[in-house]
Design a protein. Structure first.
Length: 340
């Protein structure tokens, strides 16, 4: 069922999706995921994502905690791109590059919405030229619960050729609080990863994970991998890299022994930016708990960052008349054994 938690005069509302397994609190400001509550091994409900107690705090802080990110998630080199022979200039909001849709990306927009029995459908029309991007883009974001799965579906149409790369930027900590994630156990269906430069932009080099800290094919503790010697780990100050998936159903698994909770990520997208919150500045989150570096991990499913410059056939181009449609789901359940 869907409950209206709070309605404000400025059209920013807070809603709750709830069933017997999950309770997910969201707002139509940036389709932001504020809470994901699920039961731990003792039957006590814990909150799986970092965030804030008030809408004002989401507006005041950077970091994109829980936000729907677009038009283009991640970085675009040089904050410009060429499409159909025309060059488009974007805001430089990440060193020399553009990131996460610009100064006022989708994470800052107030979406319209409708509700169903077990879903919320958010919509937004991004006008031609918004943040420098071409085309009028009509966006639909659907959040739905199915048993122990939280499902995110994205759809978009444009009247001009444009580029897009949507993701959700939730910061997960399966202990239920912002604390060190070194004991979290991670497994990925990724044989390779994309290298990045000192500004976090993908270089175009794809490496095999074998023999590197990026090899989570058989699982491993994040803390142990973060302590390994590797130039890419130094450049990223931890993990902040695209992991490129094999064609398997379950793309990422994250497990916390202390709570007994495992999260399984499935997606139609080809990769995920695995980010260990390396650049979060210490500040207060929900209940006054301190959010800090490496107190969570993001699994940002998406297409290749800077695809417009790095791929021969860029996966981020949406042609006029075509439909963009992708899905990511997060399943939460309790398992009884230590996988580390």
């Amino acid at each position: 069922m869907v409950n209206l938690v709070k309605r404000s005069e400025n059209r920013i509302d807070i809603l709750e999706l709830k069933n017997d397994s999950l309770s997910v609190t969201v707002t139509n400001l940036g389709c932001t995921v504020m809470k994901i509550l699920t039961a731990d091994k003792d039957g006590r409900f814990r909150d799986m994502v970092l965030g804030y107690d008030t809408i004002q705090e989401y507006q005041e802080h950077t970091g994109y905690l829980g936000a729907f990110v677009g038009r283009v998630a991640n970085r675009i080199g040089g904050a410009s791109f060429e499409l159909n022979g025309k060059t488009y200039q974007l805001a430089k909001n990440s060193g020399p590059n553009a990131i996460h849709g610009g100064i006022e990306g989708f994470s800052n927009k107030v979406f319209s919405y409708t509700t169903g029995e077990d879903e919320i459908v958010f919509t937004y029309m991004s006008p031609d030229g918004e943040e420098g991007y071409p085309g009028e883009l009509n966006v639909t974001v659907t959040y739905r619960l199915e048993a122990d799965k939280f499902i995110l579906q994205y759809e978009a149409h444009t009247d001009q050729d444009t580029i897009l790369n949507f993701t959700n930027h939730s910061y997960f900590n399966l202990s239920g609080k912002p604390c060190g994630i070194g004991e979290h156990w991670l497994q990925t269906a990724a044989d390779c990863f994309a290298c990045v430069d000192e500004n976090g932009l993908v270089t175009g080099e794809i490496r095999d994970v074998a023999g590197t800290p990026f090899d989570f094919r058989n699982g491993g503790k994040l803390g142990e991998h973060l302590q390994m010697e590797d130039e890419q780990l130094k450049i990223g100050h931890g993990f902040d890299h695209p992991f490129i998936f094999r064609d398997e159903k379950e793309k990422v698994k994250l497990y916390c022994e202390e709570s007994g909770i495992e999260m399984i990520v499935e997606t139609t997208l080809p990769q995920a930016q695995i980010y260990t919150a390396n650049f979060l500045e210490p500040h207060k989150g929900k209940g006054g708990d301190i959010i800090d570096q490496r107190t969570a991990i993001c699994v940002e499913t998406q297409n290749m960052p800077d695809s417009i410059h790095k791929e021969e056939n860029p996966t981020v181009i949406l042609r006029a008349g075509d439909t963009y449609r992708e899905m990511t789901s997060y399943r939460f359940h309790v398992i009884g054994n230590d996988l580390s």
